[in-house]
Design a protein around this ligand. Structure first.
Ligand code: UDP
Ligand code: MG
Length: 340
């Protein structure tokens, strides 16, 4: 299902050329950064070039997710030259999902944009996102038409991941959409109320609802540095996505059990019939083995699925804070200076 609204719908609320619904005043850009020393200067140059043209009071929150390279030094240098820069320095590497959450918690602006540091999400798209927001949308996400510089296997696995999770989850998660998006104030407030430990942000963005729409773009290759994802991490991410947003695997266990039991029953009936009709002598060690091993496998798999959910419940019950902040350097000038 697409969440597109026909043009006529929002022109109702903003009739012919009248002022749009939202007059943007403040913008916050959140950039999660983990070992991105090579790209930061270029990112900031392109980002500020775009922001300067917007005519809004802006701030850029760089969330340093426990980088081990020169990232933090570079961020401090950027903040020294640009008063709009804020640095949120987490106490260790918490992962991108948590880093984004930390950024969202610190955003006070009317509109918030989340963007990757590696320039795979073009900052030049921000005006287009803002334009849609002005028309009254709460979540404007950027959907990729193409992904340059990524292996065929990654593209294929990403493609199937979105299809699988779409099929299993009752929440509509937009396909081929990363975390690059613009959020309205109430969308950010809603997200800040979701404090679960296992955060599959793409799912959470969809879960909050409100009016959502897409803007399409071509995804570039990384401008420098290397991806922080390997297949092991991606697999974990996929499991996270499925278990956070779907209980279908729990049901699969029951259905497989049911089907196995039915098959066993039919097979037993056949054996009884055969013995009565032909008086077959005892045989069938192989079939016995196959049945035992098959059932054992099914049971172990089902217990494993239960374990995945149980482990997540265990983590949630600990109710730990999602992240710890080592230092927070607010912007030296910006949205906070505006009269309330
Ligand atoms: N990132 C992060 N914490 C991590 C891993 C990544 O904050 O533990 C940031 C990273 O600096 C980048 C964004 O998340 O800004 C996307 O990471 P990456 O480009 O490695 O992911 P990909 O584009 O390959 O999905
Ligand atoms: Mg990337």
């Amino acid at each position: 299902m697409s969440l597109e609204f026909p043009d006529s719908l929002y022109s109702l609320s903003a009739p012919n050329g009248a002022a749009p619904i939202n007059e943007p005043r403040t913008l916050c850009v959140i950039v999660p950064v983990y070992n991105e020393a090579e790209v930061l200067a270029e990112l900031h140059r392109r980002l500020t070039a775009v922001i300067d043209g917007l005519g809004v009071t802006a701030e850029v929150i760089y969330v340093n997710d426990g980088s081990r390279d020169a990232t933090l030094d570079i961020l401090y240098r950027l903040r020294a030259t640009d008063p709009r820069v804020a640095i949120l320095n987490l106490s260790r590497n918490f992962g991108k999902e948590i880093a984004m959450t930390a950024g969202l918690d610190h955003s006070r602006s009317e509109a918030t944009v989340i963007i990757d540091a590696d320039l795979q999400d073009p900052p030049e798209l921000i005006p287009a996102l803002m334009a849609r927001w002005s028309q009254g949308y709460d979540v404007v996400y950027a959907t990729r038409l193409s992904r340059d510089g990524e292996s065929a296997l990654k593209k294929l696995s990403a493609r199937y991941f979105y299809r699988v999770i779409g099929g299993m989850s009752p929440i509509e998660i937009p396909k081929d959409t990363g975390d690059f998006r613009l959020l309205s104030r109430r969308a950010v407030d809603a997200l800040c109320r979701l404090r679960e430990q296992h955060r599959f942000m793409k799912g959470l963005f969809a879960w909050i609802g409100y009016r959502q729409t897409a803007v399409t773009y071509h995804r570039d290759r990384r401008s420098a540095g290397t991806t922080k994802w390997n297949y092991h991490k991606l697999w974990g991410f996929a499991i996270e996505g499925i278990t956070s947003f779907s209980t279908a695997p729990l049901k699969v266990a029951s259905y497989v059990g049911l089907v196995t039991a039915m098959t066993a029953f039919l097979y037993a009936s056949w054996i009884i019939y055969k013995t009565l009709r032909f008086g077959d002598p005892v045989a069938g060690y192989p079939s016995l083995m196959v049945a035992v091993l098959f059932l054992g496998g099914v049971q172990l798999a089902a217990i494993g699925v239960l374990g995945e959910y149980l482990g997540r419940m265990f983590n949630e019950t600990k109710a730990r804070p999602l992240y710890l902040v080592e230092t927070y350097e607010p912007p030296r000038q910006g949205e906070r200076d505006l009269p309330r």
